[in-house]
Ligand binder design. Sequence first.
Ligand SMILES: [Zn+2]
Length: 212
Amino acid sequence: MDLDRTDVGILQALQADARLSFRDLARRLGVSVPTISARVSTLRDLGILTGFHAAVDPEKLGQVRVVLLVRFARGSGDAVGNRIAALEGVRWTVRTRDDRIVAEAVLPRAAALEEFLARVRSVPGVAVCEHHVATKALKESPRAVIEDGIAAVLSCFECGQPIEGAPLRIRLDGRFHYLCCPSCERLFRDRYARVRSRAGGSPPRGRPPRSP
Ligand SMILES: [Zn+2]
């Protein structure tokens, strides 16, 4: 699904300053406040806008930043990656084409490093763990590249699979939901009606969490 100029403008502005109000955004982008509010809520429903974060410099707090390069036993890459991602202090984790897990962790103090590395090495499947302690941050940027012409990779709100081509968009209770095919639409509508009729239940929102 293509994002238009307003969507791109909202994402760029919020990546630079998450405290901007809908009024600020509306003024900057030359659209109305309700338009901003509707777009932000759609971007959140689609899982594109995932949160509004504060940026804190860990070095100013005496914290230690460490980058890990991990090699793993054959066939255990995703399991190792998920275990490392779940360790306390780990900020991001990726699996690379050359079969390594690369991760960054921020630890509360230097003394916590050995214990942290011991936890990494005890993850089943870890073969070699190389680590590099950062002394200085030279650049930090928001991660997503937001520019004109970007398109959203939409996942079906029912089955969680990526939607190829144009999504089926349905509106329920004033909110849009995106589905890949008529049969997912039927299942989603059923599930929605079921949850809604149950006392205290709130209807499904956004795409369901993907199973690992
Ligand atoms: Zn589907």
